[in-house]
Design a protein around this ligand. Structure first.
Ligand code: NAD
Length: 264
């Protein structure tokens, strides 16, 4: 199938490099004919993102740090001036102090709790409100989450709490914007080796464990996540909103390690 996204324009937020989940989604959307704009966080990321943007013919590359709301405003002002309307957004942004992505959740500081929440959770709501204003003919919004929101994962700590808030935000935003034909969904990806993923202590152990114990016995790739992202951004999912869609080789259905693992 080709041309699934032909005539659609969308904003991709969160490409840091070619390992980023956002890049996996961007590639698949572009392959299907979407016209994309990218944001980047600071000049160092900008230099890394530019060649990727060039590869898929993306001309709009806009600086944005969600901790500075004026940069979010200027992204949407530029999109309004350049395109008038948009059809979709991808929010693939997350951050927490790596010193608190280990040890006990109970030791999370107030400062990092608030910062993690603002960047990893509330930014989606702030972005969604601005994006909805440019979606007069409906649209699709997508964010990235992780199963640490609903189950305890070692070291994920405050990020799990932020992702729980993010998943609740998906449902409230889906309800807010549903009457306007705007769908809001989340992809819950299994562990992927990315810059953000590497910030979690012992992430390699968790990645390997999931690979051995997920029903499909393999890790997910940014291609897997990209294809599911394409489904949720495109009209193929026209009746789907408020959904958390797992792309994790099935790990979330399992309640016990494999027998091989238990016998190790
Ligand atoms: P990544 O490091 O490639 O992307 C994270 C992005 O967040 C970067 O582009 C970074 O610039 C951006 N970001 C952080 N703070 C920001 C700020 N203040 N303003 C603007 N942008 C900011 O890593 P990734 O794993 O592709 O992460 C993308 C999303 O996927 C995150 O929400 C992450 O929690 C989620 N996720 C990742 C995994 C995984 O295993 N890697 C699994 C499930 C969900």
């Amino acid at each position: 199938m080709t041309g699934l996204m032909k005539g659609k324009r969308g904003l991709i937020m969160g490409v840091a490099n070619d390992h980023s989940i956002a890049w996996g989604i961007a590639k698949h959307a572009a392959e299907q004919g979407a016209e994309l704009a990218f944001t980047y966080q600071g000049e160092a990321f900008g230099r890394r993102v530019k060649p990727l943007a060039d590869k898929i013919g993306t001309k709009l590359l806009l600086p944005c740090d969600v901790e500075d709301i004026s940069t979010v405003d200027s992204v949407f002002e530029t999109l309004k001036a350049e395109w008038g309307k948009i059809d979709f957004i991808v929010h693939a942004i997350g951050f927490s102090d790596r010193n608190e992505l280990k040890g006990l959740y109970a030791d999370t500081t107030r400062e990092n709790f608030v910062r993690t929440m603002v960047i990893s959770c509330f930014s989606f709501t702030e972005i969604a409100r601005r994006a909805a204003d440019l979606m007069e003919e409906g649209g699709s919004m997508l964010t990235l989450t992780y199963a640490g929101s609903v189950r305890v994962m070692p070291n994920y700590n405050v990020m799990g709490v932020a992702k729980a808030g993010l998943e609740a935000s998906i449902r409230y935003l889906a309800n807010d914007f549903g009457p306007r034909g705007i769908r809001v969904n989340g992809l819950s990806a299994g562990p992927v080796r990315t810059l953000a993923g590497a910030g979690i202590a012992d992430s390699r152990l968790m990645y390997n464990y999931q690979q051995r114990n997920a029903p499909m016995r393999r890790p997910v790739t940014i291609e897997d996540v990209g294809k599911s992202g394409l489904y949720l951004l495109s009209d193929l999912s026209s009746g789907v909103t408020g959904e958390i869609h797992y792309v994790d080789s099935g790990y979330h259905i399992v309640s016990m390690p494999t027998l091989d693992e238990l016998k190790r």
